[in-house]
Write a protein that binds this ligand. Structure first.
Ligand SMILES: [Zn+2]
Length: 613
């Protein structure tokens, strides 16, 4: 028997599908049983606008590239594998449907259509940020045309190397198309796409070791990422109200990973890096929906273990793997690999898990962790080109260069546009009593506080300048709390003032500073950070191999680097000029230039220098 509540839910959803324009209410998530509501929520994409600066440029560029992608090319692998007419050019690289994939030499046609869902997601989020109707229309067209290729008993996944991987990305794209681009068909397509994938998924999440132990045709068949599935299954459940998705999420929770992590056991070494950080977001959705604290503990401990084996940039996972701690292996990696950190994917996963943990715990150190990754990795990624040429690895080798990846349209071309669309919503969070300022980026956030429409505009050249200014605009005075993240590295001279007067609350590094008062039009918060220079060893076993770090920014030594340098010389670095991002210091062999990752172009550089004392 259908209960009244179910009836109302079904009818309101049906009404939402049938009429246009669709009311905002019809697009709310379904009322499903949720275990935990975090104290902090994200703003809608439209509520936070990035102002001019590097992050805005990255977002605009990615939006433009993906808005102009050929739609037939995007759909081609799906049409080909279902035996449908497939006009248009091939995308190239990993994306194509062809039969010459042969690892490790040839990665052409590695995972046909793998990142379609991520491009869809990036576009849906970009539409939500900008309101661009061309972007929304493209999302709607792509969902419709993709839906026409989906056969629940179809052939797409037959003989496919990583079915869970591609399904998971498709799932995310369709959920986002529904939620952020208000595409009415997307949930129906999602349901059918799920039916098409299920026969090709194992009975539970499988580690790579388990996949290797099972019969397989080739090595790529052991690289699937079933352990990242629960996050999007839970999101599909929350979006659609279908309990089948919740059951699927529970089925794919990797207990052998989260169980030990929850108990404080470091089971990361040897595991594939990005997908296991991404899986921590599945632990967070498991915690939020099921309400079991074990999953929160797993996520917190997991990220702690990741941070403990991070480079000074916040990047992690040389050769895409976590290393056993205590053996000096991060140091060793500097001489053996140029694949130091899988940057767009890794940064995307890192932003996602730190956003979940920050919202849940209100611990500002997750914001510190996010900004370290932001300024030292993704902000320095070279732009994706229209032909799919992409940035993939940050290189921390002793002889390093910034290069593009050899294959077009890799995984990192999928996460990059998603991440740049998320810059805004990662910067501020809403609490019941006010607003949290997490990132110091040029931006504007608007929200309703006790029915007063408030706008906060942040102007800054941080982290190159040591200050940020926040200005309020509101039609009448309103009382609420503004929480400012004071990074753990902040020096004792860090100072916060409100409309010219020193803030009453004491500034404590590693905490949010709470400023509660009745705010009025024209009020201002000024933050002056003291950014002490420090040296960070690559790992505890190699304390004399160090990176110079100032505030959130690692400073890379630009070639030629001296054969001898002391700690004192490094720590004495000064700015080349007030307007420059470069630093310099005197060594016995001459002047050494140091430069943030985002300013490095094609020059040789190195992150770590061995100091004599
Ligand atoms: Zn990647």
């Amino acid at each position: 028997m259908t209960t009244r509540r179910q009836f109302l839910r079904t009818t309101s959803l049906a009404a939402g599908l049938a009429i246009a324009p669709i009311s905002r209410r019809a697009w709310a998530s379904q009322s499903v049983q949720i275990g935990v509501v975090p104290p902090l929520s994200v703003f809608d994409y439209a509520q936070v606008q990035l102002l001019d600066g590097r992050l805005r440029e990255q977002f605009d560029h990615n939006h433009d590239v993906f808005l102009h992608l050929d739609e037939d090319a995007l759909l081609k692998p799906f049409r080909q594998r279902e035996g449908l007419p497939a006009p248009g050019p091939d995308m190239g690289g990993w994306y194509d449907n062809a039969d010459d994939f042969s690892p490790p030499e040839n990665f052409h046609a590695f995972i046909p259509g793998h990142s379609f869902g991520q491009y869809l997601s990036g576009l849906a989020r970009a539409y939500a940020v900008t309101g661009s109707s061309a972007t929304q229309e493209k999302v709607h067209r792509l969902v419709k045309a993709f839906g026409e290729t989906v056969e629940p008993a179809g052939k797409f996944y037959r003989g496919y190397h990583l079915p869970a991987y591609t399904y998971d990305k498709t799932s995310c794209g369709l959920i986002d198309a529904h939620e952020f681009a208000k595409c009415p068909d997307a949930l129906d397509v999602h349901w059918r796409a799920t039916q098409a994938a299920l026969p090709y998924l194992p009975e539970k999440a499988l580690s790579r070791a388990e996949q290797r132990a099972r019969p397989h045709n080739m090595v790529a068949d052991t690289w699937d990422e079933t352990y990242t599935l629960p996050e999007n299954f839970f999101l599909a459940y929350r979006r659609s109200g279908k309990s089948e998705y919740r059951d699927l999420a529970v089925r794919f929770i990797e207990q052998d990973y989260f169980g030990p992590l929850a108990e404080g056991q470091n089971v990361l070494p040897g595991e594939h890096a990005y997908s296991h950080v991404n899986a921590l977001s599945s632990a967070m959705q498991s915690y939020l929906v099921l309400g079991d604290e074990k999953y929160l503990k797993a996520a917190r401990n997991g990220l702690r273990f990741v941070d403990e084996q991070s480079y000074a940039t916040g990047g992690w996972g040389p050769d895409e793997a976590f290393v056993p701690p205590g053996k000096g292996l991060l140091d060793a990696s500097l001489g053996t690999t140029h694949a130091s950190f899988e940057t767009p994917c890794g940064a995307y996963g890192h932003f996602k898990i730190t956003r979940y943990l920050l919202r849940t715990t209100r611990d500002s150190r997750y914001g510190d962790s996010m900004e370290r990754i932001l300024y030292n990795t993704i902000a320095g990624a070279t732009p994706i080109l229209a032909d799919g040429t992409s940035f993939y690895y940050s290189d921390y080798n002793n002889s390093a260069r910034k290069v593009h990846y050899r294959d077009k349209w890799p995984c990192c071309s999928g996460t990059f546009p998603q991440l740049t669309a998320d810059y805004g919503i990662s910067s501020y969070y809403k609490s019941e009593d006010g607003i949290y300022v997490n990132l110091f980026v040029p931006s504007r956030v608007s929200w309703s506080q006790n029915n007063t429409q408030c706008t906060l505009t942040q102007k800054t050249d941080y982290p190159h300048s040591e200050s940020t200014q926040l200005a309020f605009s509101l039609p009448r005075p309103e009382t609420f709390t503004v929480y400012i993240r004071i990074p753990a590295w902040a020096g004792a001279k860090t100072n916060v003032s409100v409309s010219g007067g020193r803030a009453e609350a004491g500034v404590e590094p590693g905490k949010f500073l709470a400023l509660r008062r009745t705010w009025k039009e024209g009020d201002r918060i000024d933050v002056e950070f003291e950014m002490p220079m420090r040296l960070e060893p690559v790992d505890p076993e190699n304390r004399n191999n160090v990176a110079l770090v100032r505030g959130p920014v690692a400073l890379f030594a630009v070639a030629p680097t001296p054969s001898k340098i002391t700690s004192k010389q490094l720590l004495a670095a000064t700015k080349v000029a007030q307007s420059s991002h470069d630093w310099k210091t005197q060594t016995d062999a001459g002047v050494l230039t140091l430069r943030p990752f985002a300013d490095i172009m094609s020059e040789d550089y190195r992150l770590y220098l061995r100091v004599e004392s």
